[in-house]
Ligand binder design. Structure first.
Ligand code: PAZ
Length: 325
């Protein structure tokens, strides 16, 4: 399964295929709440434009989508992504003054939590008696830092977190998000780092109950998830600055595929990365050429997302300046 139906394997998708996908998808359980949260969050950014400048808003997608095999899902196909790229990038965008809509896979890495142990998180805490919980001294600084920054971003209205699990949820929430950000024009950005399923079982052909093993080997036929990037650029987010990601394990085809995605889907940038070196370096592919971005090895804890977001923010500024209002 390739990570991104939002990217590369070039095929035209008709609007009717896309409509059919959304019509047959199980409706979001909390659609009304998500819409309201988006409306409030985006509305708040437009109001809070200090110094006359509109706030920039970026939607960061993060983590992999699942493809359920049963409607009452016991088994599913997953897409690789720890969510580290999305979580770290969110922190750098916030630092750069952006408001961030963090569209993330449940259970994957979260902003501000990289220095906390995830296995088990309870190692951070002590419980001297049943009424008191204390943070282990060795984690105190990290916990205070994480909780403080997270709380400040949420209560300050600069971070909105929306979780997804399945491909159905992801695409529906992304569409809602794009539509809600439309009026932000060129101040809106999409940073599509999520690893999105290319193949799926259409809901109406999916068995309701757990697949039984007694009938022997399982034959699965997966339909192709409609390629949505064209319609995303044309209809959902026509004025936003759009960045997609391309992951490959074969470096020989990586740049060619990133370049193809850039041109075919009219992206402003495609960030190309190879699985084993993705934390060390990425290549930014744009219409005017490509640029390697590496993490700063001389800096303790240096992450490739830091210089990456720096380049992106500066390109976004140029885009805003040169866009017609
Ligand atoms: O989530 P992570 O930090 O483990 O990995 C990030 C990534 C490789 C999923 C991301 O950089 C990426 O390339 N996402 C898109 C994958 C694709 O559509 O090809």
């Amino acid at each position: 399964m390739d990570a991104s139906n939002f990217s590369d394997d070039i095929q035209e998708t008709s609007n009717s295929e896309i409509e059919a996908f959304f019509c047959s998808a199980p409706p979001l359980k909390d659609a009304a709440e998500i819409k309201m949260k988006l409306k409030d969050f985006v509305g708040r950014q437009s109001l809070h434009s200090e110094s006359g400048k509109a706030t920039r808003v970026v939607c960061v997608t993060s983590g992999g989508t699942t493809v359920p095999l049963e409607q009452r899902c016991v088994r599913y196909i997953d897409n690789f992504s720890s969510g580290h790229r999305g979580a770290a990038s969110t922190e750098y965008f916030l630092k750069a003054g952006y408001a961030v809509i963090f569209l993330y896979r449940r259970g994957t890495c979260q902003p501000f939590c990289s220095s906390l142990p995830d296995d088990p998180l309870l190692n951070c805490f002590d419980c001297p008696d049943m009424r008191n919980v204390q943070v282990q001294p060795s984690y105190a600084e990290d916990v205070v830092n994480a909780v403080g920054r997270h709380q400040a971003a949420i209560t300050g209205g600069t971070l909105l977190k929306l979780p997804f699990t399945t491909i159905f949820e992801y695409l529906q929430i992304l569409k809602e998000t794009a539509v809600s950000m439309k009026d932000l024009g060129s101040n809106a950005m999409f940073y599509l780092a999520a690893a999105v399923s290319d193949f799926y079982v259409p809901w109406e052909t999916m068995t309701e109950h757990k697949i039984q093993s007694r009938s022997g080997p399982l034959d699965l036929r997966l339909a192709q998830v409609p390629k949505m990037l064209s319609v995303f650029r044309k209809d959902w987010a026509p004025r936003a600055f759009c960045i997609s990601f391309k992951l490959e394990t074969d470096t020989r085809i990586l740049l060619e595929k990133a370049d193809m995605a850039l041109r075919r889907y009219n992206m402003h940038m495609v960030v190309a990365n190879e699985l084993s070196t993705r934390k060390e370096e990425v290549v930014i592919v744009t219409a005017s050429g490509s640029k390697i971005v590496r993490r700063d090895m001389t800096k303790a804890g240096g992450e490739v997302e830091e210089p990456l977001i720096e380049v992106i923010v500066s390109e976004h500024s140029i885009y805003i300046e040169t866009s017609t209002p």
